[in-house]
Structures are given as structure tokens and as C-alpha cells.
Design a protein around this ligand. Sequence first.
Ligand code: SAM
Length: 299
Amino acid sequence: MLLLRLAQQTLRLPVSRALATTAMTESRGVTSYTYNADGSVTHKLSDGRLVSPLTKEEAGDRVWLTAAGTEAYLSRKLANPEYTKGLDAAQERADEAGMPRIAVPETLGQMLAVLLKSMRAERVLEIGTLAGISTHYLATALPAHGQIDTIEASPEHAKVAQANFLALDTCPFPTTHVGQALKLLRDPNGAFKEPPGTVEGLPEPGYDLAFVDANKDEYFQYFKECMRLVRKGGVIVFDNAIRNGRIAVPDGIKVDSDCVGLRELYDWIEKDAGKTVLASAIQTVGDKSWDGFAIVYKL
Ligand SMILES: C[S@@+](CC[C@H](N)C(=O)[O-])C[C@H]1O[C@@H](n2cnc3c(N)ncnc32)[C@H](O)[C@@H]1O
């Protein structure tokens, strides 16, 4: 219950009014909030969710500290211009095309970049491109001669992503494969029939990292294909792997198909008992409520 309330971003803290003098209002997706000079946030509360900024009079001497506001604070503080420059315009292109605001937050984009840099990664596979925002983070962390393949089912989304890659001058330039991910990944004559070839200095052919962010109920199938395509010592990251905690409902209780896909993945990892993979999952709160990611290292 405590976690759920955290996820609903309802942590209320009285602080000095003096802290809340410089305020900026911003809308991100469905959440509108005001953040103050100290990173705290002023909000109205409705149905357990923080939906709109308070007026100064309403706020009185209190502000609301929220996971969404803290996310905005961290994004501001940690943004690396090499990765984030031009992304506002990229998001606007996505908005104009009527796409949902479900791209990775800046913090996750840069966490993936940290991971790729620390692995000295050269080859990345992404499943689920949307407007190419995560793809841009991933590509930017690779050397110029690197390779990034991204798969997107929707031709409209792929078109916006392509426009974004051109406008952002994304390097290495991503190859967008348009179609249903499983069909493309399993095509015996297609681009993914075998892992990319060996690179000097690396013992195994295959992608260094796969980022999975498409159809949640197919996550286990994506996992099996990624295990085939990622090299030994490579990593597979699954976004949205917690689903407001619904992955963990007791056996026997009906869960939605997204959770079925994820639970198949967690069941497999449990049965593997550390023989093939080393895995972890991290729960997060932020501007998109309670979720998180899973990360799998191929032994
Ligand atoms: C959550 S969005 C991806 C967000 C993107 N990774 C980012 O952070 O910027 C999921 C995307 O996967 C695509 N998708 C959903 N099911 C798919 C499938 N079976 N094959 C390929 N793409 C799929 C959707 O059209 C959508 O664009």
C-alpha cells in the first residue's frame, strides 16, 4: 500500500514558503506540475493523483514533493546535451503525429547510455522504436562505426522516427525494420536470421545489448530471440517490467496478458537458476507511476 501511494506520487511535505518562490509550470503527458527552485513540486490532488498546480494562495506554506517532480529535477540536473539536444523538437514531432507519450524518460535513456559506454558496446538491437527517442540515446552511446537496428510495427511511427533521426543527426544512423517484431526476428531469410558477425576484440558474434520495449505480452518470445542474437556477456534490458506490481499477484489470480508475458520471463529465469543468465529487476517511480525494468546478462 505504501509503495502504491508512492507510485501515485502523493508524498506531501510541509516546507517553508520561502523555498517555493521560483516556480515553473510544465505539462508532460497527462501530468501537469509546478516545480520550484529547490526541486519540490506544487500540485492539486484528485483521486489520489496529483493533477494540476496549486495557486500561490492555495499552496500556502506547503508544497507537494512528488516522484514526477523529482523525475523532472533529475532530468534537468543530469541531462547531457550530447544525448538530449533536439529531443524536445523530436517529442513535438511525435505529439503532432498523435503518438502516445510513452518514450523512456531522460534518466532511463542515459542509464542505458551509461551501460553501453561501460560495456564498450558497438552493436545494439531495439524492439519498439516509437518516435526513436530511446533509439537516439542508444545510438549516441555507440562509436560512430557502431550498429543499431530498431524494430517497429507501425509504419507511421517508423516515419516519425526516421524524421527524428535525420533532424537529430543520430550517429550511427539507426536501421529501422518495419514490421511485427516476432515475424521479422524469426524470418529464416531476414536480417535477424543470425547474430551480427564477430568484431575484433570480442569473442562472440552478436549484439552487445538488446533493449526490449514493444508488445508486453510477447516479452518472453522476444527474450528467446534476444538470447539467440545477443553475444555471451551481452545484456538484454526489458522496459515496463513491473506493471504497477501486477507481475507479483499470487498464483491462481487472473492477470492481464502483459503480465502473463512478463511472468513467463521471470518463471524461466527462476527455473534457469543461474545456469544461463544472471538477472535483476529494479522498481521505479517517476512521472509514469510504478514500473521498472528487468536486466538480463547472458552468461
Ligand atoms: C513503448 S513504445 C516504444 C518507446 C521507445 N522505445 C522509446 O522509449 O522511445 C512501444 C512501440 O512498440 C511498437 N510495437 C508494439 N508491438 C509491436 C510488435 N509486435 N512489433 C514491433 N513493434 C511493436 C509500438 O508501435 C510502439 O511504437
